[in-house]
Ligand binder design. Structure first.
Ligand SMILES: N[C@@H](CCC(=O)N[C@@H](CS)C(=O)NCC(=O)O)C(=O)O
Length: 220
C-alpha cells in the first residue's frame, strides 16, 4: 500500500483554509496541519506558493496545490473513490455548481471587508453588496438540504466558512442576516450539524475579536 503524505498549510481564521479542512473531513482523509504565521510569513510558504504567498496550500506527497477552489477539485478528483462527490455527474449541473462557487469566491470576501474595514458610507455599501450576494445564492437553494443535494457539495463547502463571519458583519454593519436571508441561515444551521463543518469552523466570537485587533494593527 502506498503511504500518502497529505499536509495542509493554513491560518486558523482563513475561510479559504476552512474549505479545505471541511473537504478533507468529508472524504475522511487523514492529514497533517501546519499553521502559518501570516504576520511573519515563512520562507516555506514562499517556496510552496511562490506566486501568491497565501494560504491554504495542500501538499500531496510533497507536491503543492494552491487556491482553495482548485484544491477542492483536486481533492475530489484524487480521492474520487471516496464519497461524497463534491460535483454532480451531470455536466450542466456541474457547470452551475462551478459558476456559483466562483461567484461566491470572487464577490463575498471583498464585499464583506467594506463592512468591517470601512466606515459610514462604505459600510452601508458593503452591507448592501453582501446582502445582494447572499440573496442571489439563497435563491438557488432547492428542495434538498444542501446545494449539493443530500450531501455537501462544492457550493456548500465554498460558502459555509463565511458563516463564522456573519456575527462580525452583523455587529459592524448593525443588521441581521437571518432577518434578510432566513432560508440561507437555516441551510447554514443544517451544515453545522455535520461534524466535518462543526469541527472546522472557527468560533464567531474569536473571529470578531481577531478582526477588531487586525483593524487596530492595520491602522498603526
Ligand atoms: N483565492 C485564495 C485566497 C487565499 C487568501 O486570501 N488567503 C489569505 C488568508 S485568509 C492569505 O493568505 N493572506 C495573506 C496575504 O494576503 O498576504 C484562495 O481561495 O485560496
Amino acid at each position: 500500500m502506498v503511504v500518502e503524505e497529505v499536509v495542509l498549510v493554513s491560518f486558523w481564521s482563513s475561510p479559504f483554509g476552512c474549505r479545505v479542512k471541511i473537504a478533507m473531513e468529508e472524504k475522511g482523509i487523514p492529514y497533517e496541519y501546519i499553521e502559518e504565521d501570516l504576520f511573519n510569513k515563512s520562507s516555506f510558504l514562499s517556496s510552496i506558493n511562490p506566486v501568491h504567498k497565501k494560504v491554504p496550500v495542500l501538499l500531496h506527497n510533497h507536491k503543492p496545490i494552491c487556491e482553495s477552489l482548485n484544491i477542492l477539485e483536486y481533492i475530489d478528483e484524487t480521492w474520487s473513490d471516496r464519497s461524497p462527490s463534491f460535483l454532480p455527474s451531470d455536466p450542466h449541473q456541474r457547470a452551475q455548481a462551478r459558476f456559483w462557487a466562483d461567484f461566491i469566491d470572487k464577490e463575498l470576501y471583498e464585499a464583506s471587508k467594506k463592512i468591517y474595514r470601512g466606515n459610514g458610507e462604505q459600510q452601508v455599501v458593503g452591507k448592501n453588496e453582501v446582502l445582494r450576494i447572499l440573496k442571489l445564492v439563497e435563491g438557488k437553494i432547492g428542495d434538498k438540504p444542501f446545494f449539493g443535494g443530500d450531501n455537501l457539495g462544492l457550493v456548500d463547502i465554498t460558502l459555509i466558512p463565511f458563516y463564522s463571519r456573519f456575527y462580525t458583519w452583523e455587529t459592524f454593519g448593525n443588521f441581521s442576516i437571518e432577518d434578510e436571508c432566513p432560508s440561507l441561515v437555516a441551510w447554514a444551521k443544517r451544515c453545522l450539524q455535520k461534524e466535518s463543518v462543526a469541527k472546522s469552523l472557527p468560533d464567531p466570537i474569536k473571529i470578531y475579536d481577531f478582526i477588531v485587533d487586525l483593524n487596530k494593527y492595520l491602522a498603526k
